[in-house]
Design a protein around this ligand. Structure first.
Ligand SMILES: [Zn+2]
Length: 267
C-alpha cells in the first residue's frame, strides 16, 4: 500500500451531483505498482468499454475489478444511466503503451501511474451514448480536474495516447457521429465550460420565531422572494414561482403569503 490512494473519489463524485456505487474494497484496490507517486495523478483518461449493453453495470464492473487478468482495469466506471461506480483508489491498468504528444509530462508507456482511468459502457461500434451518460462524463471529468488540480488540457481520450491501437472514446454523441472517435478538443472545451449544479442553499436556522423563513408573492406582478431572519429578502424577486423552485428546490414547505401578510408581520 505505498503511494497515494484516492480514498476521496466517491465523495468527489457525489459532490458533482452524480449517483455513486462503491464497489467493495475500492479504497485499497490498485495495480501491482500500488498508489500514485508524488504530484500525481496528472491526467484523466477517457475510455469506452467496447462491451454491449447487456453487460452494463455490474457485468462490466465485475470484469474491471475481478474478472480481467489485468484487473483493476479502471478507477471509475460510468454506466449508461450516468451513474459512477468507484472501482479502485490506486493506479489501474487502463491505458497500456503509448505516448504523450500534448505536453502533459507523462513518460512513454507510463500513463497507468499518472492517470485516473474512466471506463464508460458503450460498444464502441455505433451505439448511441445516452444523454445522461454524456452529461455525467462531463460532470465527472470536471469534478476530477477541479478536485485534484488536473489541467483540463490533460483530459485525454485513449486514442490520443495510443492512436495506432485504440479508437476510444467513440460513437454517436455530442462529440462524434457514427462510430468515429470523439472530437476531444470539443470534449475538453465542454468540460471547461461545464457548469456544476448550484448547491441547494440550506434553509436558514430557526433560532426563534423571527427566523422562520417564508415566501412572499407580489400579487400584482406574481414575483416571489424568500424572506428570513430580520426581514432579509433573497431569491428571484420578480421572477416566477416555477423558476424560483427550479433554481432553489422545493425545500420550503410553507405556503406563500402575500405582501399584505408580510407588512402585517412588521418586517
Ligand atoms: Zn481505452
Amino acid at each position: 500500500m505505498s503511494g497515494r490512494y484516492l480514498t476521496d473519489l466517491a465523495s468527489v463524485c457525489r459532490g458533482a451531483g452524480l449517483d455513486v456505487v462503491e464497489v467493495n474494497g475500492w479504497q485499497t484496490r490498485a495495480r501491482s505498482s500500488g498508489g500514485y507517486g508524488t504530484g500525481r495523478p496528472t491526467t484523466v483518461m477517457v475510455h469506452h468499454t467496447a462491451s454491449g449493453a447487456s453487460a452494463d453495470g455490474w457485468g462490466d464492473v465485475n470484469y474491471i475489478c475481478y474478472g480481467s487478468p489485468d484487473k483493476p482495469l479502471s478507477n471509475l466506471y460510468l454506466d449508461r444511466q450516468g451513474s459512477v461506480w468507484v472501482c479502485a483508489a490506486g493506479c489501474t491498468n487502463t491505458n497500456g503503451k503509448g505516448s504523450d504528444t500534448w505536453g502533459g509530462g507523462v513518460p512513454n508507456d507510463s500513463m497507468n501511474s499518472y492517470a485516473i482511468g474512466i471506463e464508460a459502457g458503450n460498444n464502441g461500434v455505433g451505439e448511441k451514448w445516452p444523454w445522461e451518460q454524456q452529461i455525467s462524463y462531463l460532470a465527472l471529468c470536471r469534478a476530477l480536474c477541479d478536485h485534484y488540480g488536473i489541467s483540463y488540457n490533460n483530459v485525454r481520450g485513449h486514442f490520443e495516447w495510443a492512436p495506432t491501437r485504440k479508437v476510444d472514446p467513440a460513437g454517436p454523441s455530442a462529440w462524434a457521429a457514427g462510430s468515429a472517435s470523439w472530437n476531444m478538443n470539443h470534449f475538453r472545451s465542454d468540460v471547461k465550460d461545464y457548469l456544476p449544479p448550484e448547491p441547494t442553499p440550506s434553509p436558514p436556522t430557526q433560532e426563534d420565531d423571527d427566523m422562520v423563513p417564508f415566501l412572499i408573492r407580489n400579487n400584482e406582478t406574481g414575483g416571489v422572494a424568500l424572506v428570513y431572519g430580520e426581514g432579509k429578502v433573497t431569491g428571484l424577486d420578480g421572477d416566477s414561482l416555477p423558476a424560483f423552485i427550479q433554481r432553489y428546490g422545493n425545500f420550503i414547505d410553507m405556503p406563500p403569503v402575500t405582501y399584505n401578510d408580510f407588512a402585517a408581520k412588521g418586517g
